[in-house]
Design a protein around this ligand. Structure first.
Ligand SMILES: NC(=O)c1ccc[n+]([C@@H]2O[C@H](COP(=O)([O-])OP(=O)(O)OC[C@H]3O[C@@H](n4cnc5c(N)ncnc54)[C@H](OP(=O)(O)O)[C@@H]3O)[C@@H](O)[C@H]2O)c1
Length: 322
């Protein structure tokens, strides 16, 4: 691969810093690096390889001449510059939900629908983190037995709401420190409530991510999982339903899956398929207490999959945890 002029928009955020680390870790051929954020953090110094880079303010001019822009500054901001930068010839990879359903952008999980990378688009949207985790586990099984329906519940870490989400959890844990016994019968007025999660997130779970759709009662996070799953698998009428839940975990989303296939698929076959799947690590050895957890998944790129079970008498159904 030729060396490229790479820009990271949202470089000071949780995702931006992770992307910078991955470029370094994978020895990505970066010829010139431009780090951008808002005026708030412009001037921050971030290290890449053996030198410090100063973060600049995001603007169309700052992106001029970039071959590749990695964007993680939220939907509203992405909408103001990604189409323009793509028009000017920059390949844009955007982490927000702004372009995921646009016909002119591709929605890609490289291990699941790599064909989408070959169609010459200029904008590539990174799917919602829950559908990425779910499809990394399901796609190898889908290729073998044909997915018919999926029902899932997520356990999503506070990092999904950015640095402010992690701070809200930490602050609430500190506030409630020493009051753990009182939580068996809490005074609702004494519970800390933050701006990010609405209800108390420390020592709690919150079954609402994004806002509710008044008509259906699903949250928009759950609707995203459904829409994006159908698009990535090119199965517009796939039966896929989600309940998305925020949990007081700093980093690492988990998902509990119930999948139905067109053909029978045994636990042994599923283990064999997943043990060979790219980007997946099989962690499924109940006898030795081996199964995935977010702390074991944090900091690694692969999705951990385990707890593979078959409901009795249902040879075309599997339960998994990833
Ligand atoms: N966290 C995750 O696990 C995750 C996973 C997948 C996708 N995403 C998506 O990725 C995006 C960023 O997430 P994050 O967790 O990294 O959030 P974050 O920690 O809050 O960081 C947001 C970044 O965007 C920058 N930004 C905000 N307003 C800006 C503006 N007006 N102009 C230029 N830059 C601006 C921020 O810079 P300042 O600090 O200077 O404001 C910061 O660098 C969101 O769309 C999120 O939904 C997040």
């Amino acid at each position: 691969m030729n060396a490229m002029r790479v820009a990271i928009a949202g470089a000071t955020g949780a995702v931006g810093r992770t992307m910078l680390g991955i470029l370094q870790e994978r020895d990505f051929p970066v010829d010139e690096l431009t780090l951008l954020a808002s005026e708030r953090t412009a001037g921050t110094r971030l290290r890449f390889r053996d030198r410090e880079h100063t973060v600049g303010v995001l603007s169309p001019e700052a992106l001029e001449g970039a071959d590749l822009a990695l964007a993680s500054c939220g939907s509203a901001i992405a909408q103001t510059w990604v189409p323009q930068a793509a028009e000017a010839g920059t390949i844009c990879v955007d982490n927000s939900s702004a372009f995921r359903m646009e016909p002119w952008a591709e929605l890609v999980i490289p291990e699941v629908n790599p064909e989408a990378l070959e169609r010459g688009a200029k904008v590539y949207a990174v799917p919602n983190c829950t559908i990425i985790t779910a499809l990394m586990a399901l796609a190898p099984l889908h290729r073998a037995a044909g997915l018919r329906a999926v029902s899932l519940s997520s356990y999503q870490s506070v990092s999904g709401a950015g640095g402010k989400g992690v701070r809200e959890l930490t602050e609430q844990v500190e506030k409630l420190h020493g009051m753990e016994d009182d939580l068996a019968n809490p005074d609702p007025a004494a519970l800390p409530v933050g701006e990010v999660f609405g209800k108390t997130i420390a020592y709690n779970v919150v079954a609402k991510i994004d806002v509710f759709d008044e008509e259906t009662g699903f949250t928009f996070e759950e609707i995203k999982v459904q829409r994006e799953g159908r698009r990535i698998l090119s199965m517009p009428s796939l039966d896929i339903w989600a309940t998305c839940v925020r949990v007081p975990v700093p980093v690492g989303h988990s998902v509990s899956l119930h999948a139905t296939f067109r053909q029978p698929l045994s636990v042994i076959e599923a283990r064999e398929l997943l043990s060979r799947a790219e980007g997946v690590q099989l962690r499924d050895d109940p006898a030795n207490d081996v199964y995935p957890s977010p702390l074991e998944a944090a900091g690694i790129d692969d999705v951990l999959v385990g707890r593979i079970r078959q409901p009795e008498g249902r040879e075309d159904e599997l339960l998994l945890f990833a």
